[in-house]
Design a protein around this ligand. Structure first.
Ligand code: HEM
Length: 536
């Protein structure tokens, strides 16, 4: 008798993905005309030239020719999944955001994880930052938390982003390297722009080679604001903590995995969700009352700094579960459009100059990447609430609007916008802004070394060894000796022992300068301490 085996989830998924269209019927053109057959083009005689008249042939080839859209300018390679978020309790004390009020209400989400540097076809297990972008489809409109798996960023002001990305990406003359951040341009930039150092320390650590997207932290990075029903603001930093703990690959492992399976992280996410092992994260917040803004020895508006968890503990506020794979990679994972400016009532910005630049950049790039202003009509981007306004026309308009398209209007239709809406409307936090127009970095953004050193001193010995090895490997590929030397000089400001160990490995003189006094390590930064276990 045949054994009664449980259905193989992979086979089930394949059967579903390739199931015939239930509507059935013969092939048609885009205009709905039934096609005779699609294996031969129309030609003049059996061995004659193909005829221009063959509209099915021309349409088929044209549609194929136009299948590709530009990949994202950064974070081009990614994998996504759907799920839900639920708060543990009401956060009304700090924010009026509806999705953070009621533990009984689940808010649907779509999450896209990504690498940053490589193109769409690059490998997963490269040394790189990982994107962790979440779209919450809330009852008050879409909220996007567009974060990374590091809590800090390489630059302080968004005006440096094009410079930074040009330096990080493949070199312009030969497009090498396509999948790792090791070349002269990056290290040239790093050595000349010391604000990068803290995040570079993270990049050289095991955090930059996560074992799985399911085992990765996420951070909103910037200081944002919660705003309560009375209009009171509270500074907030967002943290995602994976239920499975934080785990990394070691370098040699990552190399081997990359060769054997360049889709390692993407496959892992897909297969575990298919198998019903749904990954889960806890959302935590660090909260700082507005009056404590200047209580730190760094600036809360500086995205190259963390708030040490010893100073402000992370407070868990909810959990997110990813339980459904997309049906079509292009339609959903490729066409999803996140933007830091997509906020809901109760969540607001700060004057962080990196965040302000991001608020402009995402929508701007999506106008070209997704072919015009109507990409919010694409199902994965569409809010679950009604959208009503006088925005009209443009490429790929899917709505059939009726009536007047201006406000105020007395004729009807469109969105007449009569008076001010009080209930449920987004209101920006009333913040006093005073200042002289100036193109200069605040002196409060000047310290680039203390937190980089804190990160280094927080590491276990084996984590330090991995960091030194990573610097030696990456800098060892740099041809320009002055770039190697300058980087080692910069590292000497972080820690003399670190700089000396790196110098020895890459054939440049050890630095003479001693480092600044050791800051207190932060236990929360080490992989060993992060979940109370050795997580490699
Ligand atoms: C894409 C995170 C800084 C411009 C992304 C994505 C993430 C991300 C996760 C991928 C979104 C997706 O999956 O579709 C971050 C973080 C930053 C940062 C955490 C710093 C804290 C910046 C800055 C700029 C910028 C400063 C520009 C001024 C972009 C652009 C894309 C992108 C243009 C491509 C978006 C698209 O094509 O849809 N970023 N980013 N990012 N980021 Fe950033």
């Amino acid at each position: 008798m045949a054994e009664n085996k449980a259905p193989d989830p992979k086979q089930r998924q394949r059967a579903e993905a390739y199931a015939p269209d239930p509507a059935g019927g013969p092939m048609t053109t885009d205009q709905g005309v039934v096609v005779e057959h699609t294996d031969d083009a129309l030609r003049a005689g059996e061995r004659g030239p193909t005829l221009l008249e063959d509209f099915h042939f021309r349409e088929k080839i044209t549609r194929f020719d136009h299948e590709r859209i530009p990949e994202r300018v950064v974070h081009a390679r990614g994998a996504g999944a759907y799920g839900y978020f639920e708060p543990y309790a009401s956060c009304a004390e700090f924010t009026r955001a509806a999705f953070l009020q009621d533990p009984a209400v689940r808010t649907p989400v779509f999450v896209r994880f990504s690498t940053v540097q490589g193109p769409r076809g690059s490998a997963d297990t490269v040394r790189d930052v990982r994107g962790f972008a979440t779209k919450f489809y809330t009852s008050e409109g879409n909220y996007d938390l567009v974060g990374n798996n590091f809590p800090v960023f390489f630059i302080q002001d968004g005006i440096k982003f094009p410079d930074f990305v040009h330096a990080v990406k493949m070199e312009p003359h030969n497009e090498i390297p396509t999948g790792a951040s090791a070349h002269d341009t990056l290290w040239d930039f790093v050595s000349l722009q010391p604000e990068t150092l803290h995040t570079v320390m993270w990049l050289m650590s095991d955090r930059a080679i996560p074992r799985s997207y399911r085992m990765m932290q996420g951070f909103g990075v910037h200081t944002f604001r919660f705003v309560d029903a009375g209009g009171k603001g509270t500074f907030v930093k967002f943290h995602w903590k994976p239920k499975l703990g934080v785990h990394s690959l070691v370098w040699d492992e990552a190399q081997e995995v990359m060769g054997r399976d360049p889709d390692f992280n993407r496959r892992d996410l897909w297969e575990t969700i298919e198998a019903g092992q749904y990954p889960e994260w806890e959302l935590g917040v660090q909260l700082v009352p507005e009056q404590d803004e200047h209580q730190f020895d760094f600036d809360l508006l500086d995205a190259t700094k963390i708030i040490p968890e010893e100073q402000v503990p992370v407070r868990p506020i909810g959990r997110m579960v990813l339980d459904r794979n997309p049906d079509n990679f292009f339609a959903e994972t490729e066409q999803v459009a996140f933007c830091t400016a997509n906020v809901v009532p109760g969540i607001d910005f700060t004057n962080d100059p990196l965040l302000q630049a991001r608020n402009f950049s995402y929508l701007d790039t999506q106008l070209i990447r997704l072919g015009g202003p109507n990409f919010a009509h694409i199902p994965v981007n569409r809010p679950v609430v009604d959208v009503r306004n006088n925005q009209r026309d443009g490429y790929h308009q899917e709505e059939i609007h009726r009536g007047a398209n201006y406000s105020p209007n007395s004729l009807g239709g469109g969105c007449p916008a009569l008076g001010t809406v009080d209930e449920g409307a987004y209101r920006h936090l009333a913040e006093r802004v005073d200042g002289v127009k100036i193109r200069r970095r605040s002196p409060s953004f000047e310290d680039h070394y203390t937190q980089a050193a804190m990160f280094w001193h927080s590491m276990a010995d084996w984590e330090k060894r991995h960091i030194v090895d990573a610097f030696r490997f990456e800098l060892g590929k740099v041809d320009a000796v002055p770039v190697r030397e300058r980087t080692v000089e910069q590292l000497a400001h972080v820690d003399h022992e670190l700089a000396t160990a790196v110098a020895e490995g890459i054939g440049v003189a050890a630095p003479t300068r001693t480092s600044t006094p050791d800051p207190r390590p932060s236990p929360a930064l080490s992989l060993v301490n992060n979940q109370g276990e050795n997580t490699i």
